[in-house]
Structure formats: structure tokens, C-alpha cells
Design a protein. Sequence first.
Length: 365
Amino acid sequence: MIIVIIALILIVMILIGYNLHISKKVRTLSNTREMVANLQVLQDFMDIVGREISVEDKIKLINNILIEKYNIKYSTIVVFNGAEYTLKASNVDKRFWKVLTNLHTEEIFKDSIKTATPKYITTNSPNEKLTYQKTEMARAKSAMFFPLYIDNIYIGYWIIESDIEHAFDNMDTNILGVIKENIVSVLKTISYQNTVENIYREDKTTGLLSAEYLYGKGKRKIDEFVQSTICMFTITNIEKINEKYGRNIGTQIILRIANSVKSSISSDYVFVRYMGPKFAIAFPGIDMHGATEFLVELKQKVEDIQLEIKGRSKKTKTVKEIIVKPETNFVIATYYKGTGLEEVTKKLEEYIDNSNKTESAITSI
């Protein structure tokens, strides 16, 4: 009898040990799966960062991935640009966006922002609502608020919500922390792109966009094609015109040229005032041969511009009509998607700057 009892005890101990071993393996497998899932989400994030789409679209896609992969009911990303809070992505109805962009004013979240720590709030009954909700907002019963920081600089927040009470009680905060850091990493990565996309300005003289537009939003249009042609041209005699007839006349010549080119090119092309008397035109999807044929006619049209001004003869002191005409130098190069557009324009500009002032041709480099 004693032997049987001992045997049973040993069997029970073996089973307990086996169960513990299996349980450990299950936990390990579960953790591995979570790690793989998180790595997959991170990979999805990085794929989005590399796409030739706007910063706004990238943030929206990232938010959609969070909602889908982690089964989140509502997810909202709000960014603070130093002056105002802007809702960058949300699957919440637009009527509630104003509330969601003012959460930093809510007492319940102020300490969270100050201390850079998450804040979890939930209701305890069907009739109760979350403290930040206004009269018309009763859709969410639980919420987790995450302040976002880049290099210790506060840049906004991410808030997830559920229509279920205590929805996030058992949610792994470590996973949420990893997700939050991934969001921050992506926002940090695309901050340069955001700067480039919005740094361009409109030239007051010609109404054309500046060179920065070419490298930001213009580049997205160009990169819809594998190969494009980039042209840069300059008014080679602008200094002579300014010296002889005054800067006002030079400005009028620049304006005439800008308007002439604008009326001659397709809206599919990108035309900018590059710098001073230099202009740049991008021909998305057009090869050098096709661009050259068009530019021969465009160059002639530009150089046919005539500005009639009144001048006084030094000898006779009589007033006479003077014709002022521009002279130009065009240079073109091929741009391939995925390479440096700024390297191409730099090469074009260097060629123009080092060319003889009397050169007047369409050169391919």
C-alpha cells in the first residue's frame, strides 16, 4: 500500500513537472509569437516610411495598421507642431475631432503629458462617461492616453479607445509601450520629409513655387515614373539688362518668361523658379529626346520675347524706342526614380554657372 501511495505521489509530481514544462513552453511560444507580430508591425511601418507618398498619408496608414493588427476600436494620433495641435490620423467620426485635439487641456491628461507616462481611464457603469467626453460623446467607455516625445521634446499624443468598460485592464502594457515607441520612431523618421514638403514658398515676382517644391511634393509627381527629364535654364544676359536698363526692366523680363513658359507647358510638368534668373522644369515620364523636341520650340518662344522701353540718346538727347530681349542657356539631364534628384539639379546648376555667358544652346549632360 505504501509503495502504491509513493508511486502515485511520484506520478503526480512528474505530471506537475510536465505541466509546468508545457506551460513554460506555451508562454515562450506566446512571447515568440508576440515578438514576431510586433516585428511584422514594425516592418509594415518601415515599408510605409519608404513609400513615395505624403507624410499625412503615411501617418494615416500607420494608424490603420495599429487598428487592424491590434484589434483597437478607436485610434487617434495628434501632433503638436509648436503652435497648434493637429489631428493627423483617426478612425473616429469627424464630429469628435475637435474634442480629441484638445485633450491636452483636460486635467486628467495634464500630469500624463508633464511626466511622459501613459494614462488609463475607464467607466464602471453603462450610464457613466469618460471625463473628457462632452455631452454628445458617449461612444467610448475606456481609453489609454500616451504622450509622445522625440528626444525629450513633447510632440503630441496617441489615444486608443474602446466602447467596452475596462477594455484595457488585461492588455499588455509592454506591447503598448513598444507600439508607442514605434509611432515615435516613424514620426521622427518622416519629420524631415514633412519639413521638405512644407518649406517651399511662392515667388512674389512670378507666382511660381520655389525649388524646395521640386524636392518635396513635386518629386512625388516625378517619381510616379521610372525615368524623367530635368531641365534647367537661365537668362544669360540678365546682368547686362539690369546694369543697362535697371532692375525693374530685368524683373519684367523674368516675369514675361515665367508667364510664357507657364502658358506653354502641361500641368503634368513641374515648373519652378529655381534661383534668381534660373528656372527648372521637370518632365515626368518623358525621355531626353521627347523633352528636347519640346524645349527647342520653348527656347525660341522665350527668346522671341521683346520688351519695348523708351531711352534717351546721349548724343542727340532725343527719346527713342529700345527693344530688350532675353538670351537663354538650357541644359537637361535624365533623372531615375530612387536616385538623388538634388544631385541632378546640382549637376545642371554647376554646368550653367561654369558655362560661357555667350553659350546659347540646349545641352544634354
